[in-house]
Design a protein around this ligand. Structure first.
Ligand SMILES: *[C@@H]1O[C@H](CO)[C@@H](O)[C@H](O)[C@H]1NC(C)=O
Ligand SMILES: *[C@@H]1O[C@H](CO)[C@@H](O)[C@H](O)[C@H]1NC(C)=O
Ligand SMILES: *[C@@H]1O[C@H](CO)[C@@H](O)[C@H](O)[C@H]1NC(C)=O
Ligand SMILES: *[C@@H]1O[C@H](CO)[C@@H](O)[C@H](O)[C@H]1NC(C)=O
Length: 500
């Protein structure tokens, strides 16, 4: 997958300067530069003030782009067999949906959408997987819930306490066909645990799989959607993470390189069946599609769930962070209220990351509006780490109830900046105003600068601006022209920029 990235970037070496570089501006009100992008990149409308060079869809297949190194969740593109059953949903070469009559399973698949009573903002909470894997119990989950309260995480906005894989017995109840909680791990059942989580005024999440078995081999929900949705709802569940392992051959999809709308793919239909089953319940359930970036999920995810995974599993490594930032930066135009690209669960506290890398991990998940599910033993977070994950200004950007869109890459100076992968300069709006975020991806400290008039959201003008440090919660002063600061290796700085 690394090699496919290199191939995409290689032609840039020979490029003419008249065309806009990757990730940079190529249009918008007041824009006088080039309106075309270098080969392989497409000038894409973001808002009236800003169009941007994004990777052309044809060079970004769902398989090559979001390849995963996850051992447990191998996500090689589904192969062969069932393409014929839904060729009628194929799209024209221009990318518009054809109007041909659907046949096969796509014609009868449910089209009901996800609840609008939950999932408007990206989820904030905790999940057991990154810290404990299968070694879970109601005691461990409840300890995390109590930590969320006692450490001030609940006061900062964290709500969800989510169980991951391995909570069930290996067999369904042969009479009722319901999934049975493992009584050695959950002596009071899942409902007993959920009652205790709700008593803390937190919300409870559970995990299942859109296949015959979960990734760890426990019962999957494919074909049992109605029973399982009813069971989860009866237990009081508020959030469902729905994984993508053990998919029967006749439910896979043929790989096609076009920028198709995959809403009628077998992959999407496996998830749509659970959306419909959840919609038939009395309780809203936030629906998290753990589909690893397969099947161009960003195109149809918001018609099916509230968030969708963009890659395989996270690891506590700088390599994972740069890989998912590179991928997700290309699909930020799909993010808004009720629609969140999921960059996977947090690794803060799990070792391997410097404190600067942990700051970038948190800041980027905030400004890209990914769900944030902490994934560590919370009692072991030190005061620096707790201050990161409870930073009020970054969380306010993430949880902004008036603006749903994330920060987007922009060109920081008129001389441009060498295109980097991932991009390092992002800007976006919140209820408080205009924000600029700069990630130093270099392995040494760098001076980083941005020109005020080039921030797409700032009115074009040459006035002075107050630069406010979101991490420290304090004003840095009034500046005009541009702002420069030194950024430590792999760190991220975050600013609110207000006309003086
Ligand atoms: C299956 O569920 C029924 C109804 O709750 C219960 O009576 C029965 O004992 C369960 N069977 C097994 C094998 O647990
Ligand atoms: C796969 O086979 C199962 C069992 O026959 C059937 O219920 C299901 O609809 C099939 N899936 C597709 C996509 O055709
Ligand atoms: C979490 O960390 C605390 C503090 O170090 C420790 O007492 C506790 O046993 C840990 N929990 C688990 C489940 O490992
Ligand atoms: C917390 O741990 C990080 C490493 O993850 C370290 O850089 C930082 O100094 C620690 N903070 C305190 C207060 O010990």
């Amino acid at each position: 997958m690394i090699s496919s990235q290199i191939l995409i970037f290689a032609p840039l070496l020979a490029v003419v300067c008249a065309q806009s570089q990757p990730w940079t501006q190529c249009g918008g009100i007041g824009w006088t530069g080039s309106a075309t992008c270098v080969s392989g990149w497409l000038c894409t409308y973001q808002n009236d003030y800003y169009s941007q060079c994004l990777q052309a869809a044809s060079s970004v297949s769902s398989s090559s782009n979001v390849a995963t190194s996850s051992p447990a969740h191998s996500s090689s593109p589904a192969t062969t067999s069932s393409a014929a059953s839904h060729t009628s949903s194929a799209v024209s070469s221009s990318g518009a949906s054809s109007t041909a009559t659907l046949t096969g399973i796509a014609a009868t698949a449910p089209t009901v959408g996800p609840s609008r009573d939950t999932g408007k903002l990206p989820a904030l909470g905790w999940n057991a997987w990154n810290a404990y894997g299968c070694a879970i119990s109601s005691d461990i989950i409840l300890a995390a819930a109590n930590d969320i309260v006692s450490l001030g995480l609940q006061a900062a906005g964290y709500q969800y306490v989510n169980i991951d894989d391995c909570w069930a017995e290996m067999q369904r109840n042969s009479t009722t066909q319901r999934i049975v909680p493992d009584p050695s791990k959950f002596p009071d059942g899942i409902d007993g645990l959920v009652t205790q989580i709700h008593a803390l005024e937190l919300k409870a999440g559970i995990y299942s799989d859109a296949g015959t078995a979960t990734c760890a081999g426990f019962p999957g929900s494919l074909g049992y959607e109605a029973i399982d949705a009813a069971t989860f709802t009866e237990w009081g569940i508020d959030y469902l993470k729905y994984d993508n392992c053990n998919v029967p051959a006749n439910w896979t999809d043929a790989y096609t390189p076009q920028d198709n709308d995959w809403y009628d793919s077998n992959s999407a239909i496996r998830y749509r069946q659970m959306t419909a089953a959840l919609a038939a319940q009395s309780r809203p359930v936030q629906f998290s599609l753990c589909i690893w970036g397969d099947a161009n999920v960003w195109q149809w995810g918001s018609r099916v769930g509230h968030s969708w995974r963009m890659s395989g599993d996270s690891t506590p490594s700088w390599g994972y962070i740069t890989q998912i930032l590179t991928t997700n930066a290309q699909y930020l135009s799909y993010v808004d209220f009720y629609a969140h690209n999921d960059m996977d669960m947090m690794e803060i506290g799990n070792g391997g990351l410097t404190i600067e890398e942990q700051r970038t991990h948190f800041a980027a998940w905030c400004f890209m509006k990914s769900p944030i599910l902490l994934g560590t033993n919370l009692s072991n977070l030190n005061s620096t780490q707790l201050a990161i994950v409870t930073n009020p200004e970054l969380l306010a950007f993430h949880q902004d109830a008036t603006i749903g869109t994330p920060a987007m890459p922009f060109t920081p100076t008129s001389s441009g900046a060498a295109p980097t992968s991932p991009p390092q300069y992002f800007a976006g709006m919140s209820a408080k105003g205009v924000h600029v975020f700069m990630i130093n991806t270099a392995s040494n400290a760098e001076t980083m600068s941005f020109t005020f008039s080039l921030v797409p959201e700032l009115a074009v003008g040459s006035g002075s601006y107050v630069v406010h440090d979101m991490w420290a919660g304090e004003d840095l002063g009034t500046f005009s022209g541009s702002y420069s600061t030194s950024v430590a290796a792999h760190d991220t700085v975050a600013f609110l920029v207000t006309p003086a």
